[in-house]
Every structure is written in structure tokens, then in C-alpha cells.
Ligand binder design. Structure first.
Ligand code: NI
Length: 156
């Protein structure tokens, strides 16, 4: 298990656009494993490569509810439906939570860790996590979309 340090707000890399993943090699597999380890250690449900300082279009998600580890490489949102306002947080902005409007249902096209294309539709927390993490790949932090910040302990 290898933990990588999580970049926090103020780090200029978090505002940069990540480049596509091109090589599906052992180095990529190690990065994916490290990202899961780092995310679980920090008790998050999603992590983008840029958050550990790698500017490539890769995210890992595990919402718990879905009971699976999801790897999205070079993801694209191909369909969205509805609007849901709920609180979210980010491992790069520790200790804060704010309400963000996201689609209620999201369909994403992505490559898996072997470079094979797949399509995944998610609702609820999974839809929110996919949108939040894909935003990271474009240098967008959820703080720029927050409609209302929550007081500490509110809505938990
Ligand atoms: Ni985040």
C-alpha cells in the first residue's frame, strides 16, 4: 500500500486541465492502486489524479452504496438528466461542505484500466461523484459551484 499526498486548495495544479491517459502500462496500474489506497485512507468516495499531482484524465470512485471500485479513464459525460441540490465535500478542501446543483442522473463513457471502453450510468451519490471528479480533470473545484456553504456539522 502506498499513500500519496493529497494536494489542497491553493495548489496551482488543481486549477489546471489534465491531459488524456495514453499509456496503459504498469505505471498506470500502480497509480490507480495508490489512488484507491489514498482515497480510502482519507475516507473519501472519489479522487482525481490531479489531486495527487498527476495531471492525467483519471479518476477513481467508490461510493460504498454501489459496492464497487470504479476507474474512469479519459471520461466524457454523454448524457445528464434532472437537477439535484445536495451537500458535497472534497479531499482537497478539507473540513468544508457546501450545496452544489448536479444532475440527478449521469451517463459517462470512459476507458477502464485496461483501455477498454465502457458506458456507465449513475444516479444519486454516484452521479454526483462522477460529475465532481470529472470537473477536477478540467481544473474545476466544487467551491466555484457552491450555492451555500454548510456550517460545521450541518446536514451530517
Ligand atoms: Ni474533489
Amino acid at each position: 500500500m502506498a499513500l500519496r499526498s493529497i494536494r489542497t486548495e491553493g495548489d496551482p495544479d488543481l486549477l489546471k486541465k489534465s491531459r488524456p491517459v495514453e499509456k496503459f502500462d504498469r505505471r498506470l496500474q500502480m497509480l490507480i492502486e495508490d489512488m484507491f489506497d489514498t482515497m480510502y485512507d482519507a475516507e473519501g468516495c472519489g479522487l482525481a489524479a490531479v489531486q495527487v499531482g498527476v495531471l492525467r484524465r483519471l479518476v477513481v470512485i467508490d461510493t460504498g452504496e454501489e459496492g464497487e471500485r470504479l476507474v474512469l479513464i479519459n471520461p466524457e459525460i454523454i448524457e445528464t438528466q434532472g437537477e439535484v441540490r445536495e451537500a458535497e465535500g472534497c479531499l482537497s478542501i478539507p473540513g468544508k461542505r457546501g450545496v452544489v446543483c448536479r444532475p440527478g442522473k449521469v451517463t459517462v463513457k470512459a476507458l477502464d484500466e485496461n483501455g477498454k471502453e465502457f458506458i456507465r450510468t449513475g444516479t444519486g451519490l454516484l452521479a454526483r461523484a462522477m460529475c465532481h471528479e470529472i470537473d477536477h480533470l478540467d481544473g474545476i473545484l466544487y467551491s466555484s459551484k457552491v450555492e451555500r456553504w454548510l456550517a460545521p456539522g450541518e446536514g451530517e
